[in-house]
Design a protein around this ligand. Structure first.
Ligand code: ADE
Length: 258
């Protein structure tokens, strides 16, 4: 059987040096967030994967206040919906102005190659590991966070390259969704993970959930770690992990196996 990438020590060393080479040639990914709550993001930039990716020079990330792109005295970003109905709709002008100033483009067709203009909305396509991997290959990702009842549809129609939802539920705004996209994307940048091989073996990268993990103690409150994991027999362990991943996928996410 062919071993998984990075399964042997030699392969791991090889992979790490490839990653180092790639990193030295790569420009950092630029992430711009357009939001009416820029402060919402401040603390998270300094923790976990975002802090690590920034410190390693893999990403530059900035949260911009949408109101900076308004031209009226009161910095209004929303208005009542045409046709009536509850709530307010985010106006198109400040969003188009923001995208224009960040990318030079105000239509999808002229957005530079390697740039994605992403609108977070519950009407979008569901974020997947594959879409996060695509964002990780870009040079520039702009994340537009909607608020209120929605965003004037001309934004999605004319300037957005990807309308993304993080799941079938409605958040009060796109900000938490933007964080999810950022986290899922940054951890796929070569060099951002603690162990560069983990992104290759984890959930969804092969259409299945990840296998169950255990650490010490070998017995906790009467629950024993599966014996095979304590044997040091790597072929048996790899077989057990494949089977356990399949079982878990059948139980929790049968839709992935269809
Ligand atoms: N804004 C509100 N709900 C959302 C969702 N589920 N995904 C992305 N953005 C959203």
């Amino acid at each position: 059987m062919t071993p998984l990438i990075g399964e042997t020590e030699d392969e791991r060393v090889d992979l790490k040096s490839k990653i180092r080479n790639l990193k030295s040639k790569m420009k950092p990914l630029r992430v711009d967030i357009i939001t009416i709550f820029p402060d919402y993001f401040r603390a998270v930039f300094d923790y976990g994967i975002i802090r690590r990716a920034r410190a390693a020079g893999l990403v530059t990330i900035e949260a911009h206040d949408l109101r900076a792109w308004t031209s009226d005295k009161h910095h209004v970003v929303d208005d009542r919906p045409f046709g009536g109905g509850d709530g307010m709709v985010m106006k198109p002008e400040p969003i188009f102005a923001a995208v224009k100033s960040l990318t030079g483009a105000n239509r999808r067709e002229t957005v530079p190659q390697g740039t994605r203009v992403v609108l977070l909305s519950p009407q979008g396509q569901t974020l997947t590991q594959a879409s996060a991997a695509e964002f990780a290959k870009c040079e520039h990702v702009i994340l537009i966070c909607g608020r209120y009842e929605g965003v004037d549809e001309r934004v999605a129609d004319a300037v957005v390259t990807d309308e993304i939802s993080i799941g079938d539920y409605v958040l009060s705004g796109g900000e938490p969704a933007a964080l999810v996209v950022i986290d899922a994307t940054l951890r796929l940048l070569p060099g951002a993970l603690g162990s560069e091989t983990s992104a290759v073996t984890e959930s969804f990268s092969d259409g299945m959930l990840d296998y169950p993990h255990y650490t010490r103690p070998p017995e906790f409150e009467g629950m024993r770690v599966p014996e095979v994991l304590l044997t040091g027999n790597h072929a048996e362990i790899a077989r057990w992990r494949r089977e356990a991943a399949l079982e878990k996928t059948k139980r929790n996410r049968p839709d992935l196996l269809k």
